[in-house]
Design a protein around this ligand. Structure first.
Ligand SMILES: [Zn+2]
Ligand SMILES: [Zn+2]
Length: 373
């Protein structure tokens, strides 16, 4: 049996209280890994404290397992930053060191999430026929990626300020279900309230960004893409991107939220943001009236002042900006391409019959008309 006395790394550790979650997600995979790879003869029956000692001995986790930026930062510190980057004299909990590390981790995480999810969606979900649309721009994908990759590092600066406050313990994030006000029901409830809170906030922030005195300065770059690809999902002016992401960061300062759930929701909102730009307009019929999917958001890009929502159509209905997606009425971008092709105004490879290549305008008056221009 490995004892705490054999731990090669001196780290403070606190006992887990949410045993079931850690048992299933950490202990069981860990035991199978140890048996298979390291051939450590670990007993099949063991106490939770034994596993804690083992985890501590392996130096995988310090100061209990933390799943939000704490965890990401701890893992980065343990495997890369402490052994290879920072001098040993610089303590892991030094404020400047934490800020620099958060900047690196946040930028890498944002790039991996954006490029990874965007690439997967672009190759496996996005309908490439949409690139034949007259309003699809020349070199659009490259321009979307370039714009997003320029903005994301700037957005990371104020974002890291909020992450820093979280790491320093100023938020209402908690580690264990037992710390939540009502146990598991509260965790489920906070998932719903996070979605409703951020959906409402983003709706009004988005509408604010469409105000005529603000729009052209900050939000217009996102509307350059009339027929967006998944890579348009994060292609925002830095202030626009930060403001629309702000509700995600504000929530855990206002309401208690489990750290695992926060990380899961953060990944989910990134997936969702990509998904409403992926050109896959299908939504299960019962949800079509309620969920703001790619069909709805495509109309936002095309018609400008409709369907501002993020996940749900609720606030568009309350705010009088709901528009039934043109895709569902047979008037979507793909219908437009089919019609132009049938009328002989576009060749099957997407070239305009009158002008080669894609254009930045409307083709023969047949494409959808934006109010914005
Ligand atoms: Zn907009
Ligand atoms: Zn968009």
């Amino acid at each position: 049996m490995i004892t705490s006395g054999s731990c090669p790394i001196k780290r403070k550790i606190q006992p887990f209280r949410d045993k079931e979650v850690y048992f299933h997600w950490i202990c069981v995979p860990l035991r199978s890994f140890l048996n298979r790879e390291l051939q450590i003869d670990y007993p099949s029956t063991y106490s939770f404290d034994d596993i804690l000692r083992l985890i501590k001995w392996l130096g995988i986790v310090d100061n209990c397992i933390r799943f939000d930026m704490d965890l990401v930062l701890n893992v980065a510190d343990h495997y890369v930053l402490t052994p290879y980057v920072y001098p040993s004299s610089w303590p892991e909990d030094g404020a400047l060191r934490q800020i620099i590390s958060l900047l690196v981790v946040t930028n890498l995480g944002a790039a991996v999430l954006y490029l990874g999810l965007g690439w997967l969606s672009y190759h496996f979900i996005f309908d490439h026929n949409l690139m034949k649309h007259p309003q699809f721009l020349k070199n659009q994908v490259r321009r979307e990626v370039k714009y997003a990759m320029t903005s994301l590092p700037i957005i990371s600066v104020p974002t890291v300020a909020l992450f820093f406050l979280e790491v320093r313990g100023y938020s209402k994030l908690y580690d264990n279900v037992e710390e939540s006000p009502m146990g598991w029901p509260f965790v489920l409830l906070s998932m719903i309230s996070f979605l409703l809170f951020t959906d409402g906030c983003i709706y009004w922030i988005h509408r604010f960004l469409h105000h005529k005195s603000i729009y052209k300065h900050f939000h217009k770059p996102h509307h350059v893409w009339k027929i967006p690809t998944p890579f348009a999902s994060h292609a925002f002016h830095p202030l626009d991107g930060f403001l629309q992401g702000l509700p995600y960061h504000i929530y855990p300062f206002l309401f208690p939220l489990h750290k695992v759930l926060y990380l899961a929701l953060y990944i989910f909102v990134n997936i969702w943001t990509v998904s409403i730009h992926d050109g896959d307009y299908r939504v299960p019929r019962p949800l079509q009236e309620v969920v703001n999917g790619a069909a709805h958001h495509t109309d936002h890009h095309l018609f400008f002042d409709v369907n501002y929502g993020q996940y749900f159509t609720l606030w568009d209905r309350i705010g009088g900006s709901y528009r039934n997606p043109s895709v569902l009425e047979g008037k979507g971008p793909l219908d437009c391409i089919r019609r132009l092709t049938a009328e002989g105004k576009m060749s099957t490879n997407g070239a305009n019959a009158n002008a080669n290549g894609h254009t930045n305008g409307h083709a023969n008056g047949s494409s959808t008309k934006s109010k914005e221009e």
